[in-house]
Write a protein that binds this ligand. Structure first.
Ligand code: ZN
Length: 138
């Protein structure tokens, strides 16, 4: 795979150095059989160092996950070898099935079919709370 010539897919750029693998895992990219490249600690004029993920596949991408892991990242959307959109991200207000509640007494640990939903309660601190039991996460 030539990582510089993606035909249709995404380049997730400006990821905080060291967060690329966490993002890769939370996006569920490890289970996919398409060309994916992670570049870690790439030199960046703006950031010093950064991680980059390149995905050469037309697949749905969960932008909430990216915003949650790294709201400073940008996503370049590529169609037919052309950059069609440059998306900037923000902390999502609601996180659905991205992280699990850690409280063993939370209803989500006994009711397996329930969605794991967290609400952003403090934007400055990046505090998310479980909507069922109010336990903090993230
Ligand atoms: Zn909970």
């Amino acid at each position: 795979m030539n990582i510089d010539s993606i035909r249709t897919g995404y380049v997730i750029d400006h990821i905080t150095a060291g967060k690329g693998m966490e993002l890769y895992r939370l996006l569920g990219l490890e289970g996919l059989s398409c060309p994916i490249a992670i570049i870690q600690y790439a030199p960046s004029r703006k950031m010093g160092k950064k991680d980059i993920i390149k995905i050469d596949a037309d697949m749905p991408l969960n932008f909430d996950v990216i915003g949650f892991v790294d709201p400073g990242a940008t996503v370049n959307i590529i169609r037919d070898s052309r950059l069609v959109e440059k998306k900037t991200l923000a902390l999502p207000r609601i996180l659905r099935n991205v992280v699990k509640c850690k409280n063993p007494r939370c209803i989500t640990s006994t009711e397996q079919e329930l969605d794991h939903v967290f609400r952003l309660t403090d934007k400055g601190q990046k505090v998310y709370r479980c909507i069922y039991c109010d336990t903090k996460n993230g």
